[in-house]
Design a protein around this ligand. Structure first.
Ligand code: GDP
Length: 548
């Protein structure tokens, strides 16, 4: 057990660096930290590029594309991961706009959809939901929105691809409300669609923004016409403007006016229409983010809530990214700053290990490159290189014993049994899986009966990454096989006897322990899970569990 540094030593750290409260308050107020949630192909990459264009980080537009094009095959993805910098830099992007500091956290989708995707959402203060207006609400959008809901994260909505034939806008809103169970407040409204897309009407400002295709420029000014009754409009497109007037009447009658409080509470989403590829409607989104989305908010740290403006530094790790370079094996822990000012070279306390560390090497994520950070404030993400001693959920402070909460594990949707070709490597296998499990790359379950370990993931790519890393980093050639398991639930109960009985019963064949030694039930089907729950009313079955 490491020594506990005396509180006197801790006081000294704080004493040497007096940070003016106004400075911290100002820096916090101008920060916005958000992520984009969307189903693959809705336009997240395109929109990210356009957002970065506004910050002047034009060179990154290529970087985002480069990463995207590598996504088609896993092997390419691994190659790209190896080119350190690219994926790390594009997983967090910081840029300035209108005297604000915007942190955009990438939430990988599609094949690289994994637990990371979920955990990143615990580090944002708001989210931008991008929907392909031709397709409406899709599967991944639903999953990600449900994660946002756990923390009542405020959501902005962008209906993309209005330059194509899309679904009826009113129907889209209706779908968002009924499927995602969130109230819609349209802020802009489309005028036509596809070939006849003329622009959007800003419902709050009574202005029409005229559409022009093909903008590669950030400072593109779209022409604005004031007033829906402006005679110029009926000259330009008489048909669409009549349609618009009808729709606007309907919208005013049938939908909700924008309500900042409801947005901040996560119960209402302001909706914008546009076309990311044409950079149309993107500025409106960015402005809404700065004007309406919250600055960093207080965070629960078990013993108390930590406010962003308090002077001592604190933060938590929400993601670990391995470098994939077998020669170095260094990892970057992504830490979200929750309070105070972080300065390079300062001493911070790694609370789980109860150890003070001097942080001299730390990376920040400016949109164009990976840079050394000099200072950071609440809402910012900093990257701490380490050799595996930092884990997801770890809290850091200047000494106070805090434990930030709300970094969940999600019940996996996919399962594999793991075997090895060379039995002599069993120790390495267990060590590798233990570490990869701690890192959050995959969930590892050890059945009470039977020796084969079971891996669980929320995205199948996680298995490929784990297989490749076991081989490269631990020299273990593992084979993954399908299992009959369809879902997992963590089990808890105040009734210790019931837990023991459960393990000994016939259901015990499906009981396993995860890497943190929590009891779980691995169900073979939805029916099996339902029956087991009914048979064991003294037990609680959880679909998520918080980081210990
Ligand atoms: P992601 O998978 O969500 O990152 O989606 P991408 O940004 O890669 O976009 C998927 C496809 O949709 C690409 O071929 C884009 O060029 C296209 N796309 C994105 N935005 C628009 C848009 O506003 N209009 C049209 N017509 N296509 C778009």
């Amino acid at each position: 057990v490491p020594d506990t540094p005396s509180t006197e030593a801790v006081d000294n750290i704080a004493d040497t660096r007096k940070v003016p409260a106004e400075l911290i308050a100002r820096e916090v107020a101008r920060r916005r930290t958000f992520g984009i949630i969307s189903h693959p192909d809705a336009g997240k990459t395109t929109l990210t590029e356009k957002l970065l264009l506004f910050s002047g980080a034009i060179q990154l537009a290529g970087t985002v594309k480069a990463r995207k094009s590598g996504r088609h095959a896993t092997s390419d993805w691994m190659e790209i991961e190896k080119q350190r910098g690219i994926s790390v830099a594009s997983s967090v992007m910081q840029f300035e706009y209108r005297d604000h500091v915007v942190n955009l956290l990438d939430t990988p989708g599609h094949q690289d959809f994994s637990e990371d995707t979920y955990r990143v959402l615990t580090a944002v203060d708001s989210a931008l939901m991008v929907i392909d207006a031709a397709k409406g609400v899709e599967e991944q959008t639903i999953k990600l929105l449900n994660v946002c809901r756990m923390r009542a994260t405020p959501i902005l909505t962008f209906m993309n691809k209005m330059d194509r034939e899309t679904r009826d806008p009113l129907e889209l809103l209706d779908e968002v409300e009924s499927v995602l169970k969130i109230q819609c407040a349209p802020v802009t409204w489309p005028i036509g669609m596809g070939k006849n897309f003329r622009g959007v009407y800003h419902l709050l400002r009574d202005e029409i923004l005229l559409f022009k295709a093909g903008s590669e420029r950030a400072d593109q000014e779209f022409e604005v016409v004031k007033g829906i009754d402006n005679p110029r409009l009926s000259e330009m497109f008489p048909l669409e403007i009549e349609q618009l007037k009808m729709e606007v009447e309907l919208v005013h009658g049938a939908s909700h006016p924008f309500d900042l409080e409801a947005f901040l509470a996560g119960t209402q989403t302001p909706v914008f229409f546009g076309s990311a590829i044409n950079n149309f409607g993107v500025r409106e989104i960015l402005n809404a983010l700065l004007d309406w989305a919250p600055a960093p908010r207080p965070r629960d740290a078990s013993v108390r809530a930590v406010t962003p403006v308090e002077a001592p530094f604190s933060g938590f790790v929400f993601k670990i990214q391995a470098n994939m370079d077998p020669a170095h094996r260094d990892r970057i822990a992504f830490l979200r700053v929750c309070s105070g000012r972080f300065e390079r070279g300062m001493k911070v306390k790694h609370l789980r290990l109860n150890r003070e560390i001097k942080v001299s090497s730390v990376v920040t994520f400016m949109a164009s490159s990976r840079e050394q950070v000099e200072e950071a404030f609440a809402g910012d993400i900093i990257g701490l290189p380490n050799h595996g001693n930092m884990q997801i959920g770890d809290s850091f402070s200047e000494g106070e014993q805090l434990q930030f909460t709300g970094i969940p594990y999600f019940a996996p949707d996919f399962f594999r049994m793991v075997r090895i070709r060379n039995p002599l490597k069993i120790k390495q296998l267990h060590k590798g899986l233990q570490q990869l499990g701690e890192e959050g790359a995959v969930q590892v379950f050890k059945p009470v009966h039977g020796g084969d370990l079971i891996l669980g993931a929320v995205g199948v790519l996680q298995f490929e990454v784990v297989a490749s890393r076991l081989l490269n980093e631990y020299g273990v050639d593992a084979v993954f096989e399908g299992t009959s398991i369809s879902s997992a639930r963590w089990i808890s109960s105040d009734d210790k006897k019931a837990l023991a009985d459960f393990e000994r019963s016939s259901a015990g064949a499906n009981v396993a322990y995860d890497a943190a030694n929590n009891m779980a039930y691995l169900a073979t089907s939805g029916v099996n899970l339902k029956l087991t729950q009914e048979r064991w009313p003294q037990l609680t079955f959880h679909a998520t569990r918080e980081h210990a």
